[in-house]
Design a protein around this ligand. Sequence first.
Ligand SMILES: NC(=O)c1ccc[n+]([C@@H]2O[C@H](COP(=O)([O-])OP(=O)(O)OC[C@H]3O[C@@H](n4cnc5c(N)ncnc54)[C@H](O)[C@@H]3O)[C@@H](O)[C@H]2O)c1
Length: 342
Amino acid sequence: MRVLVTGHNGYIGPVMLRVLQAAGHDCVGLDTDYFVGCEFEAARAPCPELKVDIRDVEPKHLEGFDAIVHLAALSNDPMGDINDDWTYDINLRATIKLAEYAKAAGVKRFVYASSCSIYGSSGIAGFVDETAPFAPLTAYAISKVKCEEALAALAGPGFSPTYMRNATAFGASPRLRVDIVLNNLCAWAVTTGKINIMSDGSPWRPVVHIEDISRAVAAVLAAPVEVVHDQGFNVGLNSENYQVRDIAGFVRAVVPEAEVTYAGGNNPDPRSYRVSFDKYAKAFPDFPLTWTVAAGARELVDAYRAHGLTLDEFQGRRYIRLKQIKHLIDTGLVDDSLRWTK
Ligand SMILES: NC(=O)c1ccc[n+]([C@@H]2O[C@H](COP(=O)([O-])OP(=O)(O)OC[C@H]3O[C@@H](n4cnc5c(N)ncnc54)[C@H](O)[C@@H]3O)[C@@H](O)[C@H]2O)c1
């Protein structure tokens, strides 16, 4: 398929391109590139790209594509805390416009990067599946719920949206992030010898490797349309639902000299849920997800050590979305609507 991958220059994007290209897809990237220069690894799969803000996409950009994989977003909860409207503008309104143009241009499949954070504080004691009620807690999670609803309203003959409800991601990437739980705890261990948990360690958090997130998209693109038309899939593995303190244990298994410390007190992040990934496993038996937290901790620690990750680099702006966006604002590189000034 000819596939447009938005947000290809973010954390998941470079790995998504590699996996989709390996599956034989002809990919083009589209990104405004807020993280230009924020490299962890220089090597990237070459890919033609459009430097376009998702809010400024025009129908002509979408002609000739069979599918859109839509990753571009302000992609975490704290970002919504600085200015909700940026999140609604970029994540919600621009996504709806993109999907409307895609449908008009005859793009048949629209694979949307949603999130398990739509389940929020579900209040459900067991595992939440795709039929669970949404309980979004932040502008980010609300934007994901509203996008799914808007895309469902556009679904019809010739336009098949699919909602990938990804667990919290982990794994090494050319555009690393250290503001997500496993990547963060591994970075603390390697740079300080302490595995700093910013809560009491009790919240449940399903986690999934970015290569498995990408593999799941490859599965959707390969599936008959009736399997994926207007469907949501939780993306992850049942076995990889952990409390944050268990995740710290996997890091300690790789860095045994590191000590686990707890900031304790209130959990800064009230999300806590366990997720069932049965629907994905049943729908796509030929595309099993395989990455465990144990393997991910090993991969990350090895990658950080090979890179020589320092505490300054870990705490700097390069791998932390919020800090990089604040830097772009403070230096006047973007204006107050987050558009480049030059
Ligand atoms: N990382 C996770 O844990 C996780 C979990 C669930 C879902 N997701 C979703 O997956 C997608 C990708 O996540 P990520 O971790 O790679 O995010 P990221 O923040 O690392 O990358 C997002 C990319 O989108 C681009 N972008 C942002 N606003 C844009 C705009 N206005 N126009 C064009 N490009 C723009 C950025 O420049 C960046 O390259 C997001 O939609 C995110 O919500 C991520």
